[in-house]
Every structure is written in structure tokens, then in C-alpha cells.
Design a protein around this ligand. Structure first.
Ligand code: ADE
Length: 221
């Protein structure tokens, strides 16, 4: 079973994304194991200190290397890991291609940053990869870690059934999925495209392909 170990200074922020829908089901089906690790539990200092002022001055606390090293070393004693990923906005951006790759990789450690960041020696020596979920700054790496996990876990074989297959997702073949509709066929003068009700599967396929191309072109411009 694939294991994802998430290291965080505020692990309580991680709970809800894993408590419903696809990720919860994948965990219950024992297709993936997700563990949260509180950095404070790996501090050797009084009062479980995990961050400190930065050398050279400047505002904001920086996560110290020692508790992070303690936690990663502890995890590595039990398991081998394919990647140790640090979530940070100043990194390569997550793509569907990367999610596919990570979904078939082995166990993962995800380190969530916070405040002003982590001691650079962590980034230089303890991790194997850095990922951003977009060009905007969040308060910590916890929500990005949950986003990364969701995008990976739904791709692991056995997580989605045929009906919800990830193969037809937008981005999976570099194209955007066509629009979808459900009942009623007409609502307050807003009608479902007639072709979808026609029963002509060839025409429906053509229509979907055309719409998918249209949306893909729009997004790439
Ligand atoms: N931490 C804070 N903002 C982030 C982002 N955009 N991506 C990844 N980690 C982050």
C-alpha cells in the first residue's frame, strides 16, 4: 500500500480534506495510507519550539532544521520513500503530468512550510523535490499538500470506479473536458443542447469533441 506521510506545524489544518469523498474512500479501502506528523512532537527544545528568528535580521519566524530532520529520519527508519516533497510557492508548479508520475511512485513524504519558510539547509539537503500549486502565497503548505494528495490519490488504480474514471478528466490528454448536463432538459428557458437528447451517439461524440477543442483553445490563448 502506498503511504503518504505529511509533516506539518499545524496538522489540524489537514484533517477535513481527508475526511470525505474520494480521499476518505481510498483510505478506507486501504489503497493508500495517509499519516499526519506534528513537527512539535519532534522538537528537542523546551516548550516544543520548532521555529526561531532568522539570522541577519528580518521579520517572521523560520522553521528550524532539527525537528524536520528528526521527523524525516524517524520516518525513513521504517520505510523507503520515492520523494520527499516540500510545498512552497517559489517552486516548479504542479501539473497533471506530475500528479500522474507521483501516483505511480512509491511512498511519499510531504513537508509543509509556514510563515517565512524553512531553514534553507532543509531545502538544500533533506528534500528531493519542491512543488507549488500556483503563483499565489498561502499561509502554509497544508492546503497545497491536500491539493497535491487529492490530485495523486484519485489516480491510483482502484480508487475511482469506471463511472468516475480519471481517464476522461480535463488535462489528462492535454485537453479540457466538454460541458455536461443533467435533468431537467429545460429549466427556466435554459435548454440542454438538443444533440445530447438526440440519441445519436456519433453526433454526440462529434459535438463533445468540438466543445472540448473549443474550451482547450480558449484556455491556451
Ligand atoms: N505554501 C504557501 N503558498 C504555497 C503555494 N502556492 N504552493 C505551495 N505551497 C505553498
Amino acid at each position: 500500500m502506498k503511504t503518504i506521510d505529511i509533516i506539518s506545524a499545524t496538522p489540524e489544518l489537514l484533517i477535513s480534506p481527508f475526511s470525505g469523498s474520494i480521499m476518505k474512500r481510498a483510505i478506507e479501502k486501504e489503497i493508500v495510507q495517509v499519516n499526519f506528523h506534528d513537527l512539535k512532537d519532534y522538537s528537542n527544545k523546551k516548550r516544543k519550539q520548532i521555529d526561531d528568528y532568522q539570522y541577519g535580521g528580518g521579520s517572521g519566524m523560520v522553521l528550524m532544521i532539527e525537528p524536520i530532520d528528526n521527523c524525516i529520519s524517524h520516518l525513513k527508519k521504517d520505510k523507503d520513500y520515492s520523494e520527499i516533497i516540500f510545498m512552497t510557492p517559489d517552486a516548479e508548479k504542479l501539473t497533471q503530468k506530475l500528479s500522474n508520475k507521483l501516483s505511480i511512485a512509491g511512498n511519499l513524504i510531504i513537508l509543509c512550510g509556514h510563515y517565512k519558510g524553512v531553514d534553507q539547509r532543509v531545502r538544500d539537503n533533506l528534500i528531493t523535490m519542491e512543488l507549488s500549486i500556483g503563483d499565489y502565497v498561502l499561509s502554509g503548505g497544508e492546503l497545497p499538500a491536500a491539493v497535491l494528495c487529492d490530485s495523486i490519490i484519485r489516480l491510483i488504480p482502484g480508487v475511482l470506479n469506471n463511472e468516475t474514471s480519471a481517464l476522461e478528466d480535463s488535462f489528462q490528454d492535454n485537453s479540457i473536458a466538454p460541458p455536461v448536463y443533467t435533468r431537467p432538459a429545460s429549466y427556466k428557458n435554459m435548454d440542454v443542447p438538443e444533440v445530447l437528447i438526440s440519441g445519436d451517439s456519433k453526433k454526440i461524440d462529434q459535438w463533445r469533441e468540438g466543445k472540448s477543442d473549443e474550451k482547450t483553445k480558449l484556455l491556451n490563448n
